[in-house]
Design a protein around this ligand. Structure first.
Ligand SMILES: Nc1ncnc2c1ncn2[C@@H]1O[C@H](COP(=O)(O)OP(=O)(O)OP(=O)(O)O)[C@@H](O)[C@H]1O
Length: 669
């Protein structure tokens, strides 16, 4: 570039110089000819460098390699790869780096490629990082010249007809993170060299014909392994015992002989059996009894002290207020009643609620939420005990009336509310599966729910529809104000269902903003009472990114640096490491890469910094629904659909009418 500019400069100077003077003294006669020759030479250099520059911004060698590939393999879906067009700007499935000098990703799943991958074509893409040719009909052996792809990070060749052994030395792929060769007909042994891939996070070799022993793949970074349904023999190496038994099912492994591939017993039969004598047995019995006694004593003490404390299980905080409130509800004004909304059909009153045994679910921005088990009514409700409101009784009641009238399958209905000077309560349906936040990030692994891609899609679709419905209320002015994963649940059809709406505007300004944000707050919202529909869209965008990455909006890996999810996603995508963004739990599911990339784009669009550049939630609903177009082909338009039903985007399911939905138990109890 510099050379190019320099040449232009010299040329212009040359033009301005009084060359006549110079030529007069040296070669007077050839003055004109000499001057023209010099000008011509400069023109030539100028154009050559220009052409070179243009050529450089086009990955010509990569382009040729791709054209060679497409011309030498049969494919049923047409590729728009035209020699005359720019590979980086318009070629389907091709992604280039920033300055468009190298092709870094080729994604051509399901293009109907038939036959073997022509040699010396794709292997020439030495800058390639991601290659996806999954779900084609590629046959022949695994292309050995792929060893030249030294920068590859993700290789998806699953669901093809590849055969033969993997003769490649995998050590050459130093950056390889994802290798999916599942659902092919590969055989021979699993190469030992795979264990040299220190960045490998996903290895899927399921549904092939690999035989022999499983090599000791002692790779610390490996998070997902699937070797199921091969002909592997021997035992599972110790380094792989941390993976579930399903990862090895359908092989002829040592412990598979009993047809139940259980990992723990693998090493046990090797242990020498030692007979215990009587005194040892007696010792064990006494030891166990003492231990059991201590454990029971500790548990009882803990339970007792918890009952005493505020955060304990089975505390009944509203109970403390019982006499006060009971009196108040019996007061002449009759004002302090539990107000139920129509269609709630709930057979309990304030007294039942106050005497219910309650368990603290958590403390949030607006107060504490309890799980209340109502004895008489044999139902369980979530009761939110609000703290400091920023509005008086009238405004509070007005807001409750507005919120309580909203009936939609993707919105957790407000069943009842209570207002007195000392106590403000809101009664909701209880979701025993917990919120999306706990499903994704519960501290205890057993409380975490493994959300597969379809569940996450449903959560995204349902939540978007719920928010769209909220934005249509109150003359199109209602705002949720607090969209976040702990306020999203799964309804009975496993679609997202939003809770806690409309509270942001009535809360006290005293609550410090930092408590409220948690990474979901749009940058322009400094006071959550000023949340807008655009800021709801931002928060929804963050939720989408959370569903995709499995990461909290604000997290501190290693306990030090605070990472903001939106910024992190932007930086990873900018560095062309898009595949690194996704939750590794999702990467085990086949054929979802494009859908995840689409959701990523929607999430990033919603979480755009400038509010005016964010899409309206109605458009977002459509975008999220369109992620899985195959199943949405004959659905009614978004506008009508969102209002009335949850169409079966993933699994066809009959949706009850709204009235029923409103009163139904929505996956709770
Ligand atoms: N209806 C419900 N069913 C089951 N769990 C609930 C219900 N409502 C709230 N929770 C859970 O109770 C806990 C506390 O909820 P709460 O709404 O008080 O706070 P939060 O969601 O963490 O924050 P915020 O107050 O900002 O909404 C959260 O883990 C939430 O997911």
């Amino acid at each position: 570039m510099l050379l190019f500019l320099l040449l232009i400069y010299i040329y212009l100077q040359l033009d301005r110089c009084n060359w006549t003077l110079y030529f007069e003294t040296v070669h007077l006669q050839t003055e004109k000819r000499g001057k023209m020759r010099i000008r011509f030479i400069f023109w030539l250099i100028f154009w050559c460098s220009y052409v070179l520059l243009i050529a450089k911004s086009e990955p010509s060698e990569d382009k040729r390699a791709l054209l060679d590939f497409s011309r030498n393999i049969n494919h049923s879906r047409s590729l728009n790869w035209d020699e005359k067009t720019s590979a980086c700007s318009s070629w389907v499935g091709v992604t280039c780096n920033h300055d468009k000098s190298r092709v870094i990703a080729v994604r051509l799943p399901g293009f109907g490629f038939r036959g073997s991958i022509p040699s010396n074509t794709l292997s020439r893409l030495s800058g390639l990082q991601i290659l996806s040719l999954r779900s084609n009909r590629i046959s022949g052996s695994f292309p050995s010249d792929f060893s030249m792809l030294g920068n590859i990070t993700s290789l998806y060749l699953q669901s093809n007809h590849l055969q033969g052994a993997l003769s490649l030395d995998f050590s050459v792929w130093k950056n390889l993170s994802i290798l999916d060769l599942s659902n092919n007909a590969l055989n021979g042994s699993i190469p030992h060299s795979i264990s040299n891939l220190t960045h490998l996070t996903v290895l899927n070799l399921a549904n092939n014909s690999f035989s022999g022993e499983i090599p000791d793949l002692n790779i610390a970074s490996l998070q997902l392994l699937d070797l199921s349904n091969n002909n592997l023999t021997g035992s599972v190496p110790k380094s792989l015992h941390r993976f579930p038994r399903s990862a090895f099912a359908g092989n002829r492994l040592f412990d598979d002989l009993a047809s139940t591939p259980a990992l723990p017993p693998i090493s046990q039969p090797k242990k020498k059996s030692t007979k215990l004598n009587h005194s040892a047995i007696l010792g064990i019995i006494i030891g166990f009894s003492t231990l059991a006694f201590v454990v029971i004593a500790v548990l009882m003490t803990a339970c007792y002290s918890k009952r005493e404390g505020e955060n304990g299980v089975s505390v009944t905080p509203p109970k403390k207020e019982k006499s006060k409130k009971k009196g108040a509800s019996e007061s002449q004004s009759g004002n302090n009643r539990l107000i139920f909304f129509e269609g709630s059909n709930l057979a309990f009153d304030l007294e039942d609620l106050l005497s219910a045994s309650a368990e603290v679910l958590g403390k949030g921005t607006f107060g504490t939420t309890y799980k209340a088990a109502l004895e008489g009514a044999s139902s369980t409700m979530a009761v939110k005990r609000l703290k400091e409101l920023g509005v008086g009784r009238r405004d509070f009641e007005q807001q409750m009336e507005l919120v309580g009238r909203i009936v939609h399958e993707n919105i957790n209905p407000l069943r009842a509310y209570f207002y007195s000077k000392e106590e403000k309560l809101m009664v909701y349906d209880f979701y025993n599966q917990g919120s999306v936040s706990s499903m994704l990030h519960a501290k205890r692994a057993e409380n975490r729910i493994n959300l597969d891609w379809e569940s996450r899609l449903r959560i995204a679709i349902g939540t978007a529809r719920g928010i769209a419905h909220i934005h249509r209320q109150n003359g199109g002015k209602l705002v949720h104000g607090n969209i976040k994963a702990s306020n999203v649940f799964m309804n009975s059809q496993h679609y997202g269902c939003v809770s806690d709406l409309g509270l942001a505007t009535i809360m006290s300004p005293m609550v410090p903003p930092v408590v409220r944000v948690g990474g979901y707050r749009a940058p322009e919202v400094s006071d959550s009472r000023k949340a807008t529909q655009a800021s709801d869209v931002y928060s929804f965008g963050v939720l989408l990114l959370e569903l995709l990455t499995g990461k909290s909006p604000i997290h501190t890996p290693g306990g030090q640096e605070v990472i903001h999810l939106v910024k992190w996603v932007h930086s990873v995508v900018r560095e062309e490491w898009t595949a690194e963004v996704f939750d590794v739990q999702l990467l085990r599911h086949p054929n979802i890469e494009e859908e995840m990339v689409e959701m990523l784009q929607i999430g990033m669009t919603c979480a755009t910094r400038m509010p005016e550049q964010r899409p309206k939630i109605y458009d977002v609903v459509k975008m999220v629904e369109d992620i899985r177009r195959v199943n949405t082909g004959n659905m009614p338009s978004t506008e009508t659909r969102s209002e009335v039903s949850t169409p079966a985007v993933i699994t066809p399911a009959v949706t009850p009418p709204i009235a029923e939905m409103g009163a139904s138990s929505s996956g709770k109890h």
